[in-house]
Design a protein around this ligand. Structure first.
Ligand SMILES: NC(=O)c1ccc[n+]([C@@H]2O[C@H](COP(=O)([O-])OP(=O)(O)OC[C@H]3O[C@@H](n4cnc5c(N)ncnc54)[C@H](OP(=O)(O)O)[C@@H]3O)[C@@H](O)[C@H]2O)c1
Length: 317
């Protein structure tokens, strides 16, 4: 395996570019509330209710989650966890590589369809990397792209081999309701605007996958949380979508060069979430996958982006 970059410490704010104007607009819109909501409110006890029927049918908690300590350790029954020492602190990682693709069917236990929602920067890269990795593992898990009605991206997705005819391209909400793992890769602003319908379409015990913690910050800012009958995980590549794809393709020659990713398990309804998140990251081609939390992810990422992109007076408004 060839490492793209050194593994990164989740405790250090990292620049992870997601520079679409919509994303930044959403960040501005919700920043004040999102950052301040992480104090007192997030320390209240979480009401845990397991719902039936649709995910939205499960009562959305009106108070934000009691945060567990920022543990970097995790357990996985599928992949090998390695300890590394960074700044005199032990951290745990999973090293990637194409030789691990054979483990993907185990990691994705219970998953028949992965819905990749959106075709912006991350969508094309993640959909194609997942499809290629699962094909190499001889898995029959379907990777299906879901797009909004009338989207101009249908043509691009078809050109990449996702088609209505072979059942790998369809409407956004039909794809969400038919998927066991939903990778929500529409813009962060669109996530904030459409989360209710998205949640209502998700199957109970399905898993929502994010590549940014922004939606958590938004939900916290309005006193909500994710529905309790779905898993919530994140895999956040530390690079732009085109690089996630390009390095994966280049890595075919050298067992898996790619882009490192952080991963987080925010909600685990049935014990599968860690393996699924790690499988997603390995399938993307991440040379190193390291643990973080969804909350740490959005805070470090938005601070990082704003620190890089905007002058101090704007950051401190
Ligand atoms: N940019 C990066 O490289 C990067 C890096 C790490 C993490 N992330 C995270 O990955 C996620 C996706 O970001 P991105 O940059 O790849 O995508 P993006 O460019 O922010 O969003 C593009 C996608 O969002 C869809 N979209 C926009 N408004 C919509 C609406 N109202 N309803 C349905 N779909 C809508 C677009 O649909 P159409 O195709 O129809 O226009 C398009 O497919 C975000 O959470 C982001 O923070 C991004």
């Amino acid at each position: 395996m060839v490492a793209g970059t050194l593994p990164s410490s989740p405790s250090i704010p990292k620049f992870s570019p997601s520079p679409s104007s919509e994303t930044l607009k959403g960040a501005f819109k919700h920043l004040n509330l999102a950052f301040f909501s992480s104090t007192a409110k997030s320390l209240r006890a979480l009401k845990t209710t397991r719902g039936r029927g649709s995910a939205l049918g499960a009562q959305m908690a009106s108070e934000t989650a009691l945060k567990t300590p920022f543990l970097l350790d995790f357990e996985t029954s599928v992949f090998k966890k390695d300890a590394i020492s960074l700044a005199n602190r032990d951290e745990f990682i999973v090293r990637g590589g194409r030789d691990l693709f054979k483990l993907l069917p185990d990691a994705f236990n219970g998953i028949n369809q992965i819905g990749v929602i959106g075709w912006g920067s991350q969508g094309p890269a993640q959909a194609q990397n997942l499809r290629d990795s699962l094909a190499e593992a001889k898995s029959d898990i379907v990777v299906k792209v879901g797009l909004r009605k009338g989207s101009r991206s249908f043509a691009e997705a078809r050109a990449a081999g996702f088609t209505e005819e072979n059942g790998t391209l369809g409407d956004i909400y039909e794809t969400i309701s038919g998927s066991d793992l939903v990778l929500l890769l529409i813009s962060d602003a669109a996530q904030a605007d459409n989360y209710e319908k998205i949640f209502s379409c998700m199957k109970p015990n399905s898993i929502l996958g994010l590549s940014h913690g922004f939606l958590l910050g938004h939900l916290q800012s309005i006193g909500l949380d994710f529905p309790k009958n779905i898993g919530v995980i994140a895999v956040c590549p530390k690079g732009m979508g085109p690089s996630v794809r390009r390095l994966y393709v280049q890595g075919k020659e050298i067992n898996g060069a790619g882009i490192n990713s952080s991963f987080a398990v925010h909600q685990d309804v049935d014990g599968r979430a860690t393996n699924v998140a790690l499988g997603w990251s390995v399938a993307l081609g991440s040379p190193f996958t390291f643990a973080t939390t969804l909350e740490q992810e959005y805070k470090s990422d938005i601070f990082g982006e704003r620190g890089e992109c905007f002058p101090t007076p704007i950051i401190l408004y």
